[in-house]
Design a protein around this ligand. Structure first.
Ligand code: SAH
Ligand code: SF4
Length: 364
């Protein structure tokens, strides 16, 4: 039996506690409970968030006898790299991770001329069952811990630090529905955006939380006093179609989702992104573009919303595919006629199974 198999905890077990699961005062309490000076927690945080290291050998400011003990208790390795694939001349890199219990998780690092975006998973799998999404097909394995989410970004940041750059943006658009794992996602957002040495010091505006439309959690997020960007995966302007593309729509309807989006925009002053995967002959008709345009004008006006059209990335075994170029152009034109800001999202990472969940699906 390999060491990896021997060490793997049974699948679905709770991930080990990690510094990045804890707020600064909780870290100090945890260190004190081990009989160490509370300020050791701040030293550990500086190593992890600022120096991006969890190797005791790097921590010469900690007394040698405590080092291994503190690191063992608060900086356990949570993720090990299973596979890394890159494309777009190395500017897109997708990473497949294995957690301590064997669970597989994906993240993607995308380098643009002016920014570096890390796309992270918030759950292993997803329970929302959207039929066009590879992650949705496999169901939910488990929630990720805050630290497992942060660790994906730290891993990306480490790789970039060697090249002299940093992660500027994080999008919760990997596997999972972030608002169905609210506590851990919020914890991760705080760790990402808390200034160093308590966190990675990223800008809140550089973080995007994407949701399928869990209305109560959207309202709760609006009240957190954060200025993160909210993306709402709409994919259809009418309940009849959305009920089939986004099954949770049977619980919270289009109008309720857009009202929650509007309050988010009003409360935070942040423009909401509306995500719309264009699926040939399913949701890409001109009349749906008009309906979407009217609806967004009515609920959000032109200055509180931005539509991202995503050409569908077909998942294996599905009959659905991306829209014809002329239909996509017409869809854009109609939204513009309704004075709704719109862009067609680039389709980075297509040839490396860029659509969420595809890499993990292949591994299984
Ligand atoms: N669960 C959240 C976030 C993860 S999915 C959500 O649904 O918003 C991130 C985005 O990828 C969502 O907008 C989702 O609709 C989109 N997506 C999923 N599968 C896709 C596919 N096959 N092609 C294009 N976009 C897809
Ligand atoms: Fe889950 Fe988002 Fe995929 Fe729907 S699109 S199944 S909510 S990950």
């Amino acid at each position: 039996m390999s060491a990896e198999l021997t060490l793997a905890a049974p699948r679905g077990t709770k991930p080990p506690r990690h510094l990045a699961d804890l707020a600064p005062d909780e870290r100090r309490d945890a260190v004190a409970a081990m009989g160490e000076k509370p300020y050791r927690a701040d030293q550990l945080a500086r190593h992890y968030f600022t120096r991006l290291t969890d190797d005791p050998a790097d921590m010469t400011d900690l007394p040698a006898p405590s080092r291994e003990r503190l690191v063992g208790a608060l900086l356990p390795r949570l993720l090990s790299l299973v596979r890394e694939v890159s494309c777009d001349r190395g500017t897109t890199r997708k990473m497949l991770w294995r957690a301590a219990d064997g669970t597989l998780i994906e993240s993607v690092l995308m380098r643009y001329p002016d920014r570096v975006t890390m796309c992270v998973s918030s759950q292993a799998g997803c329970g929302m069952g959207c039929p066009f999404c590879a992650t949705g097909q496999a169901g939910l394995t488990r929630n990720l811990s805050a630290a497992e989410i942060v660790e994906q970004v730290v891993a990306g940041a480490r790789a970039l630090a060697r090249q002299g750059t940093r992660v500027s943006n994080v999008v919760f658009m990997g596997m999972g529905e972030p608002l169905a794992n609210y506590r851990a996602v919020l914890g991760a957002v705080r760790r990402l955006t808390d200034p160093g040495p308590n966190g990675l010091g990223m800008s809140q505006r550089g973080v995007t939380v994407s949701t399928v439309g869990l209305v109560p959690a959207m309202r709760r997020l609006a009240d957190e006093g954060l200025s993160v960007t909210l993306a709402v995966s709409l994919h259809a302007p009418d309940d009849e179609l959305r009920d089939t593309l986004v099954p949770i729509n049977t619980r919270w309807k289009v109008a309720e989702v857009l009202e929650a989006a509007r309050s988010y925009a009003k409360t935070t002053g942040r423009r909401v992104s509306v995500e719309y995967a264009l699926i040939r002959d399913v949701n890409d008709q001109a009349h749906r573009a008009d309906l979407l345009g009217r609806l967004l004008r009515r609920h959000l006006g032109g200055n509180l919303v931005h539509v991202n059209l995503i050409p569908l990335n077909p998942t294996p075994g599905s009959a659905w595919t991306a829209s014809r170029p002329e239909d996509q152009r017409e869809f854009v034109r109609r939204l513009e006629r309704h004075r709704v800001p719109v862009t067609v999202r680039d389709t980075r990472g297509r040839e490396i199974d860029g659509a969420c969940g595809q890499l993990a699906a292949n591994e299984r």
